[in-house]
Write a protein of this length. Structure first.
Length: 240
């Protein structure tokens, strides 16, 4: 029969308790977050925005377009009204021009929490969403959401007909935590646009195609936000 010192049994019990505690803690830590809850919190944060008006500076970087910097004014009204006023062609879809987390996220989807990812001093929740509607134009969306500030910092969208594109957002303590800059990167397909709409169009020679690498980028910088001041619905009527 082995003899164990009196303190030995207490030490082993303590080690076992510590091991069990660590095991439970690590198991809880490794559990994925509730993706639906994260997205719901993000929507809730911006629910206070009923309307806004903002000035925008639009820069288009596409290798075969010679387009000057454009100025625009954007009107948004909850839930889905958007109007963009600009002179000339600005390659600026309404949905891309306005910041609306509800529209970005959607309403009927399946969300999956993928992982936490560190960006410098920030931690991002990476979440993917798949629309429940099989006929949806969007196939898959991937969000990078700042855990602490509850901000969408990056968004990748895979669509059926519009290809894939990435949206990155920068913030600067603006009203209601709206973004100061939005950058959209996309793959440029063969685009058949009238010359009068796009400005001068360089020849599509081999050197130009090689230089362009088929990539394009639109950068929108926002200023002079006016939030929840009220906007007349007539602003959103299509002008003939």
């Amino acid at each position: 029969m082995d003899f164990q010192p009196e303190g030995y049994t207490h030490l082993k019990m303590k080690q076992s308790i510590v091991f069990i505690f660590l095991f439970i803690s690590l198991s809880a830590f490794s559990q994925p977050k509730d993706a639906d809850a994260v997205l719901a919190n993000l929507k809730r944060k911006y629910a206070i925005i009923r309307d806004y008006t903002v000035d925008a500076t639009v820069t288009v970087d596409v290798w075969f377009l010679n387009m000057p910097v454009k100025k625009a004014r954007i009107y948004y009204k909850y839930p889905d009204k958007v109007q963009v006023e600009t002179t000339g062609f600005a390659l600026l879809p309404k949905r891309a021009a306005s910041f609306d987390p509800t529209a970005f996220i959607g309403s009927n989807f399946t969300a999956v929490y993928m992982k936490s990812e560190k960006w410098g001093n920030s931690v991002m929740d990476v979440i993917k969403t798949i629309p429940d509607d099989a006929n949806s134009e969007i196939i898959l969306s991937t969000f990078w959401i700042d855990v602490k500030k509850m901000q969408i910092r990056k968004l990748e969208i895979n669509s059926k007909s519009g290809g894939n594109f990435q949206v990155e957002m920068d913030y600067n303590n603006l009203p209601c935590d709206l973004p100061q800059k939005l950058s959209v990167a996309f793959d440029v397909k063969e685009m058949n646009m009238p010359k009068g709409m796009t400005g001068e169009m360089p020849k599509k020679d081999k050197a130009g195609k090689k230089k362009g690498n088929g990539k394009g980028k639109v950068t929108i910088t926002y200023s002079n936000y006016k939030v929840n001041k009220g906007i007349d619905d007539r602003i959103f009527k299509e002008k003939k």
